[in-house]
Design a protein around this ligand. Structure first.
Ligand code: NAD
Ligand code: MLT
Length: 310
């Protein structure tokens, strides 16, 4: 059985795959679309993170593919219907990076509130600008969470410990579960009306694409701060740029972008937008977790054992 790994994953996962007799693992990152289409025909499993785009063409070329394993949560870079049609399993590792993504989101919220990236850059350039970087506190503020799943839930618990009130919107969860973890389930409109900070934690699907756009920014409080550590495209970047420029949105913290890397994006030029290059899951612990899970899922598929599909 041959496994092709096209995005970097932790060595712990590779070791598990290699320790299985009869399994060959090839690591080939940064393949072009054409190179991937050429290579994939020889492989029985493909392991990816968020960079490799597993399109219909890649799947059609994968004549021997049994499983596509995503070392992480989001499977928006995989054409799942095309894979399913060909009987190829699509599996992910949904739990291993929850804490990493939650901690990154809260780090971004606090860094944005206190202008830490901007102040760091200023001091390192030789300036001492104390009054320029006046911040805001998060205590007694309202955090709106859109998507109260694994990451949204962990954020709720920690935000409560900061003294924040948490309002959440998620059509697929219950008011009881929200209440147990410390959030109040409500409507999107109430979140837009009351939240001082809004963070999105849904998958990117046709129904969540641009769910936060011009009409939604109009409903928000002046001075709201926005966080997206989920997927580029849930928030409409063009609408966010306008809302930042008009002063409606006081700041934004973005880990993910509609196009990655966001080369030439005007968002990068805004002084009150802080950014990281899709680092939400980038902790040593999370990468070990997801690599182990996905290696186990691939071996299960090879052995005909149950695989938890994405
Ligand atoms: P999850 O499946 O546990 O939670 C997603 C939640 O969104 C679910 O509760 C679901 O009911 C809800 N949801 C779906 N459609 C919705 C809608 N239209 N409106 C409101 N809620 C909706 O997933 P998770 O593990 O919490 O991950 C959340 C997101 O974070 C995913 O997009 C994932 O890819 C992303 N993520 C990013 C990073 C990163 O590196 N930045 C790391 C991990 C996860
Ligand atoms: C995810 O959806 O799990 C994240 O995008 C993490 C990643 O693989 O970078």
């Amino acid at each position: 059985m041959k496994v092709l790994v096209t995005d970097p994953i932790s060595e712990e996962g590779i070791k598990i795959l290699k320790s299985e007799p009869g399994v060959q693992v090839d690591i080939e990152t940064r393949l072009t679309k054409e190179q991937l289409i050429e290579k994939i025909k020889d492989y029985n499993a493909l392991i990816i993170r968020s960079e490799t785009q597993v399109t219909k063409e890649v799947i059609a070329a994968g004549k021997n593919l049994k499983i596509i394993g995503r070392a992480g949560v989001g499977i928006d870079n995989v054409d799942v219907p095309a894979a399913t049609e060909k009987g190829i399993i699509v599996a992910n590792a949904p739990e291993g990076n929850t804490i990493a993504a939650c901690e990154h989101t809260l780090s971004m919220m606090l860094a944005m509130s206190r202008n830490i990236p901007q102040a760091n850059a200023s001091l390192k350039s030789g300036k001492w600008e104390r009054s320029k970087f006046m911040g805001v506190e998060v205590m007694n503020k309202t955090l709106g969470i859109i998507g109260l799943g694994r990451i949204g839930g962990e954020i709720t618990k920690r935000a409560r410990s900061f003294g924040m009130e948490v309002l959440a919107y998620d059509p697929f969860t219950t008011a009881e579960r929200a209440q147990q973890i410390g959030a109040r389930l409500t409507t999107l409109d109430e979140i837009y009306e009351k939240a001082d900070f809004i963070t999105v934690h849904t998958p990117l699907t046709p129904s969540t694409k641009h769910m936060v756009s011009t009409a939604q920014f109009e409903k928000m409080k002046k001075g709201v701060r926005i966080i997206n550590c989920a997927r580029g495209g849930i928030i409409d970047e063009a609408a966010l740029l306008e809302a930042i420029k008009s002063g409606k949105v006081a700041g934004a913290a973005l880990d993910v972008f509609e196009k990655e890397p966001p080369v030439g994006s005007p968002l990068l030029e805004q002084p009150n937008i802080i950014v990281t290059p899709h680092l939400g899951a980038s902790t040593a612990e999370a990468q070990i977790n997801v690599a182990i899970t996905i290696a186990e899922q691939v071996l299960n598929a090879f052995k005909g054992l149950p695989v938890t599909t994405a």
